[in-house]
Design a protein around this ligand. Sequence first.
Ligand code: NIG
Length: 406
Amino acid sequence: MSTVITHIGELHTQDPARGADAVLHDAAVIIEGERIAWLGSSTQAPDADEQFDAGGRAVLPGWVDSHSHMVFAGDRTAEFEARMAGQSYQAGGIAVTTGATREASDYELTRLLLARVAEAAAGGTTYLETKTGYGLDVEQEARSARIASTVVDEVTYLGAHLVPDGIDADAYTDLVCGDMLAAVRPYVQWADVFCERGAFNEEQSRRVLTACRDAGLGLRVHGNQLGEGPGVRLAVEFGAASVDHVNYLSDDDVASLAGTWTGWDRASGTGERGTVATCLPACDLSTRQPLAPGRQLLDAGAEIALASNCNPGTSFTSSMNFCVTTAVLQMGLSVQEAVRAATYGGALALGRHVGRDADGQRAVGSIAVGHRADLHLLNAPSATHLAYRPGMPLTAAVWRAGVSLA
Ligand code: NIG
């Protein structure tokens, strides 16, 4: 089965191999099964089984949301209200969600996760990572990982999210590195640690990263969210795929993140990749933290991603449109840079910017022949409208792996 999408006013391929021609005008794309089979000028588009007329509107790769915490039950509206009244964010709120999550049945937790993923997809998200981290014991973390693995594209083990009450922090870290890791291992591709004052210190974080790396997991770090600290340094030292939050960066942090990309050619997307700095603007607004310095990171030569951080405490939204809007209006990114960070950048952070022959996984986050057919049609003639018309319902249609979702 093939579909040709014609009369695309602006086609943002985000394909580095296209260089200066990464945005096509009056373009067409052919989807065949789950893959992109052709792209080029609308006037030269070959026939397909079905035709869809984009009517001059813009098409982007589907959003790649590389940071979320969607496996949870319960509500933290009261904590949000207190924050808006002036209280600062306390990571301890994680314990409230852990309590509610432990009480939810498998059925309820799965239902809630499916609803959140559907909401994200309706907003243009076609590739999604989510984390454990609201179970915080062996059985509950394994349950969260198992449920997540049946629903989302990539699962990250975040047993090291908070030390539960009544347990010694070092003893809990041993558990995270031992029995808990063994229990989640069949369901996850990545591991993460909340390296922050009030969560896991440098030595504990180092132990978690070492054990998870030795277990064959890719690494990511929650770092420098609430103050300067060792998160970025550890992520760089361990060669983590991403360090996320990055609100409080020293000049050395920025330079060392940029330094991980010296063997990488940003223009062509080739060479040795480094550690992506993942900015989470919806979380920064909801916690009243300074916005992550995306502009400074890009200017220094680092690669950045934009992600939703959808979770009940600090960012109860999966809207990547909102993240892109905010990145342009408040972080100083151009529309092109923000769209790239929310598509190709997210794919880089998950190592999915290229396909994997081993398991037949297709590349995501960019539009090129052979890549997964993940497309986001805007109800607008250009991507600029995402920032020009903030908050407007600009997602007109979404295809995920070639399947039309709306
Ligand atoms: O990424 N920072 C740690 N974890 C989440 C917040 C979790 C919560 O407060 O429930 C975050 O912001």
